[in-house]
Design a protein around this ligand. Structure first.
Ligand SMILES: [Ca+2]
Length: 325
């Protein structure tokens, strides 16, 4: 069979049926043995093409891997991170980890009245920020903030210890946090999502287990750095949760999506629970650098109004989605 490479020869109307037009092929010439033979130019073109594919293939495969094209449905906007099990939300650069779908025991027996009853909750899969949202990320959003402490204005404002890029953004009201989340394309965790990300599925008291807090695991009021304010959002990695989420106990309290209801656990749906009633206070979780260690428990529930902002409150974000490959 004769093959044509390069510009095709002119085709007369009677040859427009897919059949090869007669006439000499421009890049082929007869071999001494009578059969068609590749010209040197043609061989060079094919070699270059094969060589290009050889170099491009690993890059294409890596791109597919980052995008989760191996049967996964990773959220758009997420890329694989450098470390195993870590992802990067491209808009704000946040490191995220995956919490797979499944049940966990929510609540605690013997705690405060609103921490019970212990009940099983099923959650769909989601990705959650590994660290609290930092001032550096807030600046990246271009949203307003105040360089000096000012509790009377709605914008997030500097705490007494100043704005430090790797420390959590504080003095952020629930309402103002929504502006960051809208920019980033993420949302707050539900109370159930926050608790599962903090303590996993084995009913532990703290993210690291049941032992009392230590200075390498959490920042609370007994911690030496607490005298000065918050610590880096990347501190206390020894206190990471079973999913690798850091500072779920202490540093800053974190806003959740839910409005607070004292007896919610007695009535909440068994799957993906969310309580939102207009005019009610919003839930905060995890304790803060100004608080006692009892409030660092992963089941402890606190609440404030949507417009409240204090130097010990921040937030982290989640994205719904399957994957985690
Ligand atoms: Ca925290």
């Amino acid at each position: 069979m004769i093959m044509h490479v390069g510009n095709p020869p002119p085709v007369s109307p009677r040859h427009r049926t897919g059949r090869q037009a007669p006439g000499p092929a421009p890049n082929l010439r007869s071999s001494p043995r009578g059969g068609p033979r590749w010209s040197p130019w043609c061989r060079w073109e094919v070699s270059a093409l094969l060589l290009g594919l050889l170099f491009l293939a690993p890059a294409l495969l890596a791109q597919q891997s980052r995008l989760g094209w191996h049967g996964e449905t990773m959220p758009v906007g997420l890329a694989k991170g450098e470390a195993e099990g870590e992802y990067v939300w491209k808009k704000d650069g946040a490191i995220m980890v995956y919490v797979p779908p499944g049940e966990f025991p929510m609540g605690r027996a013997g705690g405060a009245a609103d921490e019970g009853p212990v009940h099983r909750v099923h959650l769909d899969g989601y990705y959650i920020d590994k660290y609290e949202v930092t001032w550096g990320q807030w600046k990246k959003s271009g949203l307003p903030y105040l360089e000096k402490p000012n509790p009377r204005l709605p914008q997030p404002s500097s705490p007494d210890w100043g704005i430090v890029d790797d420390q959590p953004a504080v003095n952020v009201s629930w309402k103002f946090a929504q502006r960051y989340l809208a920019w980033a394309g993420k949302r707050l965790p539900t109370e159930a999502e926050w608790e599962k990300a903090a303590r996993g599925t084995d009913g532990r008291t703290y993210p690291w287990g049941n032992e009392p807090p230590t200075f390498d695991r959490a920042v609370w009021r007994d911690h030496p750095v607490a005298l000065r304010g918050t610590e880096s959002a990347r501190c206390c990695t020894a206190g990471a949760s079973p999913y690798g989420v850091v500072n779920m106990a202490g540093n800053v309290y974190e806003w959740c999506q839910d409005t607070y209801r004292r007896d919610f656990y007695a009535h909440s749906p068994a799957s993906n629970p969310l309580e939102e009633v207009e005019g009610q206070q919003r839930v905060l979780r995890g304790g803060a650098f100004v608080l006692e260690k009892d409030e660092l428990s992963s089941t402890y529930r606190y609440r404030l109004w949507e417009v409240d902002k204090t130097p010990y409150i921040g937030f982290r974000a989640v994205v719904s989605g399957q994957g985690g490959g």
